[in-house]
Design a binder for this molecule. Structure first.
Ligand code: GDP
Ligand code: MG
Length: 392
């Protein structure tokens, strides 16, 4: 049988973000390689670039969720690290809270500097409450020092402009590519980056005593065992044998099995990435976007007020104003729901504005003040907001 998961170190969720081709996936592979080679008996296994980029496990199951979870350990912490292939995947997974990042590694190519997705990811990270960013100035093997100095200045300014205190943010010059090749100078740089993450990203407060809640990221069937849902536990604790309800599917059931990274566990808590085996739930009853929760702990709603930042054209958003009657998609946790926008007296919101709006969703989902969300239209992010009040 499989080895049970043993919780020996604090667990954090982090991820790489940044512009396409700046080296996020290469760096992710390099981190696992360097940690896996820290002496015999290292708890970390090397995960190659191809295995991250193709997320083969998900592909085999015929489901494309476009998020790769990689697991590794430093001396003091256990990390689940997410890497995503494209910009739209960041919006869906990170921005909507599905990826639940406690901290992020912003990957910026020293050759190219800040690019549009670099800026958008920083903006969206701020919006969803990622409070700590560490910068990996990647491709430092190929850049010249003066240019890299300029890029570093530019990145610190960008972070300061978004409230990250750019002067204090650790910026580490790395080469994911050379570290993967085993070049000692650059494996040392990866160690320095990991030290920065260990020390700069604090252990977040986990609401382990709150009622259990898990937004469903993915659903699969294990032959002979039943339906499994996967996702990150947002709050609370769940044990094998607990009763839960699936909001959206309108079913109440019992958790008959729990796993994390393929290892069985007796109980999962806020911050853990888990698979829940649910008794007697048909595969097609549950979908991404549903929420598994302690029975009676939360009631879905469809109407709320929110503060919303309307992205400017420069940030990849709209170039024309939004008015009352606008009907975009709202990404709340893992759900993707259409909603009607009412801007009240203001009536118009221009790109670059921060406004208050009332939203009527096409279907009820669990809502609460402080919940972050993204607004999308025609495949791009046009707004990022926070629920201020649930109206009904
Ligand atoms: P992603 O889109 O951000 O995940 O970027 P990838 O990891 O796929 O890398 C994009 C390209 O940059 C690939 O051709 C990599 O080989 C190259 N690359 C990544 N890291 C480095 C690096 O540290 N140095 C150099 N010179 N090239 C790199
Ligand atoms: Mg990639």
């Amino acid at each position: 049988s499989k080895t049970a998961y043993v919780r020996t170190k604090p667990h954090l969720n982090i991820g790489t973000m940044g512009h396409v081709d700046h080296g996020k996936t290469t760096l992710t592979a390099a981190i696992t390689k360097v940690l896996s080679e820290r002496g015999t008996g290292s708890p970390t296994s090397y995960v190659s670039f191809d295995r991250i980029d193709r997320a083969p496990e998900e592909a085999q199951r015929g489901i494309t969720i476009n998020i790769a979870h990689v697991e590794y350990e430093t001396d003091t912490r256990h990390y689940a690290h997410v890497d995503m292939p494209g910009h739209a995947d960041y919006v869906k997974n990170m921005v909507t809270g599905a990826a639940q990042l406690d901290g992020a590694i912003l990957v910026v190519s020293a050759l190219d500097g800040i690019m549009p997705q670099t800026a958008e990811h920083v903006l969206l990270a701020r919006q969803v409450g990622v409070d700590h960013i560490v910068v990996a100035l990647n491709k430092a093997d190929a850049g010249d020092d003066e240019l890299t100095d300029l890029v570093e200045l530019e990145v610190r300014e960008l972070l300061t402009a978004h409230g990250y205190g750019g002067d204090a943010v650790p910026v580490v010059r790395v080469s994911g590519l050379k570290a993967l090749e085993g070049d000692p100078r650059w494996t040392g740089a990866i160690e320095a980056l990991l030290d920065a993450v260990d020390t700069y990203v604090p252990m977040p407060v986990r609401y382990v005593d709150a009622p259990f809640l898990l937004p469903v990221e993915n659903v699969l069937t294990i032959t002979g065992r039943g339906t499994v849902v996967t996702g990150a536990v947002e709050r609370g604790t769940v044990r094998v044998g607990d009763r839960v309800e699936v909001l959206g599917a309108d079913v109440e059931t019992v958790v008959t099995g729990l796993e994390t990274f393929g290892k069985p566990m007796e109980s999962a808590q806020a911050g853990d990435n888990v698979a829940l085996l649910l008794r007697g739930v048909p595969r097609d009853a549950v979908r991404r976007g549903h929420v598994v929760a302690a029975p009676g702990s939360t009631v879905p709603s469809s109407r709320f007020t929110a503060r919303v930042y309307v992205l400017s054209g420069r940030e990849g958003g709209r170039t024309t104003p939004v008015t009352t009657g606008y009907r975009p998609q709202f990404y709340l946790r893992t759900a993707d729901v259409v909603g009607d926008v009412d801007l009240g007296e203001a009536a118009v919101a221009r790109p670059g504005d921060t406004v208050t709006m009332t939203v009527e969703l096409g279907r009820a989902v669990p809502l609460e003040p402080g919940l972050g969300f993204a607004i999308r239209e025609g495949g791009r992010t046009v707004g990022a907001g926070t629920v201020t009040e649930v109206v009904g």
